[in-house]
Design a protein around this ligand. Sequence first.
Ligand code: ATR
Length: 281
Amino acid sequence: MSFRRACVIGHPVAHSRSPLIHRHWLSELKIEGDYLRQDVPPDQIAAFLKNFSASGYVGANVTVPHKEAAFKALQRADPVASYLKAANTLWLADGDLHGMNTDVYGFLAHLDEAAPDWNQHENIAVVLGAGGAARAIVYALIERGVAKIHVVNRTLPRAEVIAAEFGKNVVASAWSELPKRLREGSLLVNATSLGMTGQPLLEIDLKPMKSTATVYDIVYVPLETPLLAAARKRGLRVVDGLGMLMHQAVPGFEKWFGVRPQVSGTLRAVLLQDLGAKGRP
Ligand code: ATR
């Protein structure tokens, strides 16, 4: 196979850990290729993607704020990207730009790995947030047949939009109702930016949660968010955000470089070292 390049497109993109992941796999699998960061400002994204075949890349990941623009630029999209109207993984095939959304896959793959029995009994999930990440997570939980999903958000109308879209198993709640929702929940997912370095803290009291509940934070900088620290202290099962980041990268690498890579402890150690050494973005 000839030398291939892929990239992550975002704005800003300097903080992205995707190059570390893909370069680790390229080196581990002895594949000739590279993976770069491509900062594209919002006013240039449509033109960049329209001419993607001239960029020299075989494909790309797409991060904030370009996932919706990427979806619009596709000639072909997988069912998940088509539903969410957002793509995070692109590749060229016969000159056409194809795309998929692997956030749903990454979220579930890591949850299945970290908490294999999370969905064995009737599940009631509480999702904090109502942005693009929360929507992908609600999609994932519905796909797995979760009986009820409470979407709790600071701005209630945004949660109501998600509830209306996904049907009767999804219920919108105001932040003030959180203690009541936590009492019911067997799975809590933070899909807001709260708790991320540089953002306000996510301060919620986990006492109402059942002792068998699982707490999943998709924030991974810092890796041990205050939410996860509180969950651990309370004896709950915790699932951190780094696994989702690693797993969502797998399908893209396979498309671009032709081999399905493994999410391993070695890769996790590489990322942990970087997060520790570079501190906070
Ligand atoms: P993304 O598409 O990455 O999910 P987003 O659409 O900006 O990003 O959504 C961010 C989420 O974090 C939203 O649910 C947002 O709540 P609002 O809908 O009320 O804006 C939530 N969020 C961000 N900052 C917050 C804060 N200080 N307090 C509570 N929620 C916050």
